[in-house]
Design a protein around this ligand. Structure first.
Ligand code: TRP
Ligand code: CA
Ligand code: ZN
Length: 325
């Protein structure tokens, strides 16, 4: 029996305490109750997702910042910084054994690109798709919006490769172009799926802004099973969450939802103001925006709360491990 628990190099402290007794309990139950209970125990052990290194996520953000700096200060659709961002991420995925492809589209007279990465194996009739938009606005480098989601999804994909994760479902990862122009890349991807192909996507997980400097912890209020998985993760950390309802139409999950595909995701806040109650439960500053640099030139490497980035990145992996069957 394989236990993913043993592959976690650095479990976060709060979860390490819970994971050891659970694993021990699973072993005792398996001895007492035989093979049927062993299957149950290993289903529980799937919950032991890897700890995503926030240092690695931040190194990716630094690389994206460097790409912007070398390309006129942004990574926007139709600008050289976008394609350079895509090539950077594609190179890491190719080296890790993913099958990558680039989907082209046109928007505003410029060519745009989605990057798709398939992890070989699993039931291609049941695809778990995890994505983030990779483009920034033209005003700045887009490190929180959305280098943060892009890097967390990348590090989760690399963890799939590193740990040799081979779940029942087929894993696909996507980095969307031209989200800032109205979710153009993700809309293009969904529009090109046949009805039969749409039915193979069992869920889409979206990560857009997950390292906000004055962070909140918002879970998309959408597919109940996906929402429950994220809430479970944050409950385990002792972090309160609030439902994200306002975001329904505001990021790349929208086209999937509109096509009848179950969606979910996380969000640490943009230009809305943190309330006194929210500051009491999450820390940070009441009366200030979650991200005062939203869509501005100051959305740089310093526009990130490392704790929020770490927790949200680990939540990406937790959801992929637990929803992949
Ligand atoms: N990229 C989104 C945007 O520019 C960011 C965003 C704002 C968002 N509000 C949201 C993402 C709510 C998810 C949910 O509008
Ligand atoms: Ca981590
Ligand atoms: Zn944005």
């Amino acid at each position: 029996m394989r236990r993913n628990t043993t592959r976690r190099p650095h479990p976060p402290r709060a979860r390490r305490r819970a994971a050891l007794p659970l694993a021990a309990l699973g072993g005792v139950l398996a001895l007492l109750l035989g093979p049927a209970a062993q299957a149950g125990a290993s289903a529980q052990a799937v919950a032991a997702a890897p700890d995503i290194s926030v240092t690695a996520v931040k190194a990716d953000l630094k690389a994206l910042q460097d790409v912007a700096t070398a390309n006129g200060g942004n990574r926007a659709h139709g600008r050289p910084g976008y394609r350079a961002s895509l090539d950077l991420i594609k190179g890491k995925l190719d080296a890790a054994g993913f099958t990558t492809s680039i989907q082209q589209f046109t928007s505003g007279g410029a060519t745009g690109y989605n990057l798709i990465a398939d992890w070989p194996g699993g039931d291609t009739g049941k695809v778990l798709l995890t994505g983030a938009h990779l483009d920034s606005v033209t005003a700045g480098p887009g490190i929180n919006d959305n280098g943060s989601g892009s890097a967390a999804v990348l590090e989760t994909a690399l963890a799939v490769s590193r740990t040799g994760f081979h779940p029942a479902k087929h894993l696909r990862f996507a980095w969307w172009g031209a989200e800032e122009l109205g979710m153009v890349g993700s809309k293009n991807y969904v529009s090109k799926l046949t009805t039969a192909q749409r039915a193979t996507i069992s869920g889409y997980l979206n990560f857009d802004m997950i390292g906000s400097p004055n962070p909140g912890y918002f879970v998309y209020d959408d597919d109940p099973a996906i929402e429950k998985t994220f809430k479970q993760y944050f409950t385990g950390l002792g972090v309160v969450t609030e439902p994200e309802t306002e975001g329904d139409g505001r990021s790349d999950h929208a086209p999937f939802k509109n096509a009848g595909i179950p969606v979910g995701g996380l969000f640490s806040g943009a230009d809305y103001i943190k309330t006194t109650k929210q500051a009491a439960q999450w820390g940070g500053t009441a009366g200030k925006a979650f991200d005062a640099c939203y869509h501005r030139s100051c959305d740089t490497l310093t526009n990130i709360n490392d704790t929020a980035l770490d927790r949200h990145s680990d939540a990406v992996a937790y959801a992929v491990w637990n929803l992949a069957g």
